[in-house]
Design a protein around this ligand. Sequence first.
Ligand code: ZN
Length: 322
Amino acid sequence: MTGARSSGLSRRAFCLCCLASSGFAATGGLSPRQAFAEARGLVSLIKDSAATSPIVVHKLRNNISALEGSGGNIAVLTGPDGKVLVDAGIGVSRPQLMKALTDLSPEPVSTLINTHWHFDHTDGNTWLNSVGAKIIAQDNTRKYLSEVQRVEDWDYNFIPLAPGGMPTETFADALNLKFNGVSLELKRYAPAHTDSDISVNFAEANIVHVGDTFWNGIYPFIDYSTGGSIDGTIAACDANLAAATADTIIIAGHGQPISNKSELKAFRDMLVGVRENVATLKRQGRTRDEIVAAKPTAAYDAKFGAFVIDPGFFTRLVYEGV
Ligand SMILES: [Zn+2]
């Protein structure tokens, strides 16, 4: 499918972070907590949206594809060992996702890897496990999925996943696997978007899924409730850039899924620029609301502010970490 069309779709493919901030934007001067308290029906809204969103398939190379339209972007490796998925999307997308997967190849899903614990990347774990997928993740993903998680910036408590959706193989820092003749390198980031983030590198194909450390062309959510920070997100971008070559296909967690080193560099430079502007204002003693009003993201809004993590919400997230 063409870039223009899938770009349009991605803007309608809601994720939790996006709708939460959209709720915030719609409620004007309320604090995030007040705004999100008014928006407690959002998870149902997101599920309703995912239930009808189409799945867009981007075929890449070496039997690897990216699927867009159910929460975070999903990577799929096909082959005789069974399909390997990176991220599970939202459970109610099962019919569309199943059809997209079956259209790619006949074999079942044997393995699912979660890039981090967030709902829009793990809600589909339970159904995927019920059709045979073994689930692999970083230790903290399993920990967070097994407890009630309070995300302050959404004012929302996430309940634990059903037992079948829990990762059964976890690792601390790195794990190397081989499926369908492809070497998969799973590597933990230092705390970035959360403290459970990993990258999944399909080595021979030179394709890497970097999870939510990269939101392609849009302002990102940063989850301070489970160890994320603006500085950690910048450090993760630097690690991604150091590992990439001009030929690397980089799959972003949100936004257009198919990306590259130069788009990642632009995202990293935006993070650094906004961080610097917000830190300068904070050092001058300005309050959070004064800093939001000063529009420290202005130079980047035309390029990154069109999605639903709007400039004010992103400024607040940066403010929290500088
Ligand atoms: Zn996330």
